[in-house]
Ligand binder design. Structure first.
Ligand code: WTA
Length: 638
């Protein structure tokens, strides 16, 4: 049985798309009617992109967790909501039914309530990929607390920055997290972070790796113990906080072209409706299917397509704690085989790294349950697309190339599996409700096809970001000021003769490393914190596995230099300390100076060419203060 708003043919897609453009309010009202409201919305849409101000489903009152959980208790109480596969395949897996999810989430929500956490409070979540991470997200939503999940690869400094920016009052963490052969000491990083965070009143720790943790009286609590007490005393509070449609649901920090990550804010109703709508339509999810999204819940993909949308749709969502290559490169395929996964949603970087390891890990793995494959996070090159299609999908599974962003909440451009056509390396067509346009650098609308341009969206969809936390002007400047009355994505795109979009990558100073966004300015700031560094410039370069690698040109003060290798290792360690291991440069070149214009501006274009290996196409260097520096950098390129 399909969903009432499921598009089942190309004609239905065309008609849904047309309706969504002709009368967006009527279109989304109908879809909204399939969700559970405490009171229904009165006004569907109020908006302008100048302030910007976007309000969807005003007057509506709901709690997203009643849509994710309670609604399914009537007919799906015993169906698995979450299947959890541990990092170590010899450890027991876990299955959490909708009934159990209800119990766990309400218990955790009661713990938080009892500790004084209330609607509107900000709560940081820094955990590994364990089921309790999903429970924690939902428990916050249950009581109306705004969660800010921080990926486990970020440093104590990054945690502190995010806690301070959001003014968070509580942290939920684990003693440690397993990722492949590694064991990450999450709690001790949290301890280090909260030393500088006066707003934090409570820290809840879930035991996972059994590494010793420090516990401070009246601040630190063991989460299971707290939950056990609530269960034992029979005081679970099942109430779901009534939330206005536009109340914030969560903050998720993401990198932009400036030094500091921004807290993207999503609101309750629009986010819920749009992510669920796209989940059902893009993946063509049918009740009973097992959906396996390999992302981490620390990124938006995990928020939207592991937790919220699958659960709203009453799906079974598979959550994996580990990494694709440990204990061996057959890990994903073992999981697909073991649980008879129907939908696999992963990142091009994972596909490329598995592709490199050959077909051995696929031997004797039954992948016949797969129906749909998906990719997200970066452009997928044709070679990886064909490998995925041939060896994983056996040329029988449509591949959906889903383009979207933290700021968009859900998928904006993608084919619908088996319904609309696919084309390797193309995200293809917009979802209903999404109106993409291309503009040139002057902001002029490009009407024709077979052109490149800057990708913008000219009408709000329900899950567009509402603001950047604590700084609305920054939101306006970043997304709504480059081109008047348009949301600017920061991506470039090519539109072919059929109107299909191919995303060509970022046109700003944001790198995409293994599908993770990192701002060059952010990495430069971290490098410049190293005692011996005078200045630095960071650019991206093509990397076989990661898509892009980080290349840092660093001017180093000789007096501090002992030996070059040690210096580079120390610079990398500094970046890991300041941002986190995910931002470590792949290449560091020590240089005597950077190419600058006479007005002192670093010519990144030249450095980018050098990093890309285009040594003979550097372009004009005559306007540089010291053209000689370019020759020297070229000569010593890594
Ligand atoms: C890139 C991830 C090409 C793009 C959901 C975007 C893609 C950034 C694709 C957002 C795709 C994401 N094809 N590029 N299918 N999907 N991107 O915020 O540059 O982590 O702007 O959200 O990833 O990354 P974010």
């Amino acid at each position: 049985m399909s969903y009432p708003f499921q598009i089942r043919s190309l004609e239905e897609y065309s008609s849904a798309y047309r309706r969504s453009i002709d009368d967006p309010e009527e279109f989304w009202t109908e879809i909204a009617s399939f969700f559970l409201w405490k009171s229904p919305p009165q006004k569907v849409l109020n908006w302008n992109f100048k302030d910007p101000m976007v309000n969807w489903f005003d007057g509506g009152v709901l709690n997203i967790t009643e849509n994710c959980i309670d609604r399914h208790l009537a007919d799906k109480a015993d169906q698995p909501a979450i299947i959890w596969e541990p990092n170590d395949p010899t450890e027991k897996s876990r299955t959490i039914t909708y009934q159990e999810l209800h119990e766990e989430v309400c218990t955790m929500a009661t713990v938080f309530r009892n500790h004084g956490i209330k609607k509107g409070d900000r709560v940081c979540i820094y955990m590994g990929m364990v089921p309790e991470l999903a429970f924690a997200v939902l428990a916050c939503a249950r009581i109306g607390a705004i969660h800010s999940v921080i990926f486990g690869g970020f440093s104590a400094q990054s945690i502190a920055d995010r806690i301070q920016d959001a003014g968070a009052t509580a942290v939920i963490t684990c003693d440690g997290a397993y990722r492949g052969a590694k064991d990450i000491p999450l709690k001790s990083l949290v301890d280090e972070a909260v030393e500088d965070c006066k707003t934090i009143k409570k820290v809840f720790t879930l035991i996972r790796t059994k590494v010793p943790v420090s516990m401070i009286k009246n601040r630190d609590y063991f989460l299971e113990q707290e939950m056990l007490e609530v269960k034992r005393s029979g005081t679970i509070n099942y109430e779901a906080e009534p939330m206005q449609a536009e109340d914030p649901l969560f903050i998720l920090y993401t990198s932009g072209s400036t030094g500091k990550p921004k807290g993207v804010v999503h609101s309750c109703a629009g986010y819920m409706i749009y992510t669920t709508y796209t989940f059902v339509n893009v993946f063509q999810y049918l009740p009973g299917d097992i959906h396996f999204c390999t992302a981490d819940i620390g990124w938006v993909t995990g928020h939207s397509y592991i937790v919220y949308a699958p659960l709203c749709a009453g799906a079974t969502s598979l959550m994996f704690e580990g990494i694709p290559t440990w204990p061996d490169a057959g890990r994903f395929w073992d999981i697909v085989d073991k649980y008879q996964v129907n939908i696999l949603y992963t990142a091009p970087t994972a596909i490329r790294s598995l592709m490199q390891l050959g077909l051995g890990p696929l031997e004797n793995k039954d992948l016949s349950s797969l129906k749909v494959l998906g990719t997200v996070g970066e452009p997928i090159n044709e070679e990886a697309w064909h490998w995925y299609d041939k060896n994983i999908g056996k040329e029988k599974c449509p591949i959906v190339d889903t383009w979207w962003q933290t700021e968009t909440g859900g998928i904006l451009i993608s084919n619908l599996a088996g319904i609309t056509p696919s084309k390797p390396s193309y995200a293809t067509l917009p979802m209903p409700g999404v109106q993409p346009v291309l503009v040139d650098d002057q902001g002029k609308l490009i009407e024709e096809n077979n052109v490149n341009g800057n990708l913008c969206i000219r009408f709000p969809w329900p899950s567009i970001l509402r603001t950047t936390y604590g700084d609305h002007e920054r939101c306006r400047l970043n997304y709504f000021s480059a081109y008047p009355d348009l949301y600017f994505t920061g991506d470039g795109a090519f539109r072919d003769e059929n109107g299909f979009y191919r995303i060509t990558g970022r046109v700003d100073d944001v790198l995409n490393i293994s599908g993770h966004r990192i701002g060059t300015a952010e990495v430069e700031n971290a490098i410049n914190m190293h005692a011996g560094v005078v200045e630095s410039a960071v650019v991206g370069y093509p990397h076989d596995i990661k898509g892009q690698g980080i290349y840092a040109f660093v001017v180093y003060n000789e007096e501090h230099s002992i030996n070059e290798d040690a210096t580079k290792a120390n610079i990398a360690a500094t970046v890991a300390k300041v941002i986190g291991p995910i931002a470590k440069p792949d290449k560091i070149q020590l240089v005597n100076g950077l190419p600058k214009t006479r007005s002192g501006k670093i010519m990144r274009r030249i450095l980018r060419k050098i990093a890309e290996g285009e040594l003979h196409h550097i372009g004009d260097t005559t306007t540089l203060l010291d053209p000689g520096i370019v020759e020297e950098i070229k000569k010593n390129k890594i």
